[in-house]
Design a binder for this molecule. Structure first.
Ligand code: SAH
Ligand code: SF4
Length: 355
């Protein structure tokens, strides 16, 4: 068995792996994988010998270590082991009107936002396309008979720092799994070259930017990437994306008590968001081990929301899902150091940042 999973093969590579089979088998396997989210052993339209060979020759992309379900049953969080013993998390959320899966794109993250549990743990490696797609497939299996309707790239890691693999995953989720681009959201800390590139892609996906501060002095401290791409440059890239794709832009804002919840913060955010016609998602900061400041208390959250709404900003307070199983925004981290973990030779960001 190689460490490669079937999900890491594109169609041509799958065809090459099945060269001794009749050509229509490739289509059968592809549809089994992506339309039915089946494992090879379950593809009963294939001959037994082929099912066996696929199961033996290819490793599963993800192996479940733990699966936790929130008390109300609406949120499920997995911890997966990867073939090299690293680990990532995925969160599935059931709402009345939709089923959303929140996927990871990297083991760890190099962006260093101090308030984020993933950032506190540092970068390990990029996930492969197969490892990203597998999270959506596993969620689809678990959600049945409901269908996963939305995919948000808001798990561990910075999707635009792992651009090529993330984009290939988006294409497969859209083209082969049938999830529409308007139901796919990429969240970024604000990597301007990545946003610019996203604006030119053939599929118009939604863009969410983790803003958290609307003045450079504060954002430099909260989100270190701001030192490289400050707010003015970020605004230009967001505008480009919005105009090119016609998709709604949204800003994520984790309210930190006494840090970014002051009247001046609301005023600056309102100006920035209105100029870009962006929707604002507020969420009180969730506690993480490495960041002592607490989230804004409920009355402060309401006051901040009202201050934005009064200025004509489209604003919602995000329902905080899964806090009882540490699945809430910013809480994803792999508590246990995976076995055999060692420094990686991979660079934390791919070529997108060098352009
Ligand atoms: N790296 C991307 C994708 C991860 S999304 C990004 O940062 O956008 C994770 C979201 O949770 C981001 O909006 C992030 O800013 C937010 N977040 C991180 N730590 C948090 C915390 N402690 N409480 C609430 N939100 C947090
Ligand atoms: Fe990385 Fe996003 Fe966490 Fe920042 S908030 S450290 S970019 S995962």
């Amino acid at each position: 068995m190689t460490p490669t999973s079937l999900l890491d093969l594109d169609r041509d590579q799958l065809a090459a792996a099945c060269a001794d089979e009749p050509p229509y088998r490739v289509d059968q396997i592809w549809r089994g994988l992506y339309e039915r989210a089946a494992r090879p052993a379950e593809m009963t339209d294939l001959p037994l010998a082929l099912r066996r060979r696929l199961s033996e020759d290819f490793a599963p992309a993800l192996t479940e270590i733990t699966r936790r379900t929130s008390a109300d049953g609406g949120t499920v969080k997995w911890l997966w082991r990867l073939h090299d013993d690293r680990a990532v998390e995925t969160v599935l959320m059931h709402y009345d009107e939709r089923v959303t899966v929140c996927v990871s794109t990297q083991a760890g993250c190099a962006m260093g936002c101090g308030f984020c549990a993933t950032g506190q743990a540092g970068f390990e490696r990029h996930l492969s396309t197969g490892e990203i797609v597998a999270q959506v497939l596993e969620a689809r299996r678990a959600a049945a008979p409901r269908r996963v309707s939305n995919v948000v790239f808001m798990g561990m890691g910075e999707p635009l720092a792992n651009y090529d693999r993330t984009w290939a995953a988006i294409e497969r989720i859209h083209d082969d799994m049938g999830i529409s681009a308007r139901h796919i959201t990429v969240s970024t800390v604000g990597l301007v070259p990545g946003i610019e590139r996203l604006a030119t892609e053939r599929l118009p996906v939604n863009l969410a930017v983790s803003l958290h501060a609307a003045d450079d002095e504060l954002r430099d401290r909260l989100v270190p990437v701001n030192r490289r791409w400050p707010l003015e440059e970020l605004a230009r890239a967001c505008e480009h994306h919005r105009v090119a794709t016609g998709r709604r832009l949204s800003f994520e804002w984790a309210l930190i008590d006494g840090v970014n919840d002051r009247p001046d913060d609301a005023r600056r955010l309102a100006a920035y968001a209105k100029r870009l016609r962006a929707h604002v998602n507020l969420i009180p900061l969730n506690p993480t081990p490495g960041w002592p400041t607490r989230g804004t208390p409920p009355a402060g959250v309401r006051a901040f929301r009202d201050a934005l709404a009064r200025r004509g900003v489209n604003v919602t307070v995000r329902r905080n899902r899964g806090a009882d199983i540490e699945a809430a925004c910013g809480q994803l981290r792999v508590e246990r150091r995976p076995r055999n973990a060692r420094a990686t030779s991979e660079t934390p960001t791919d070529s997108i940042l060098e352009r």
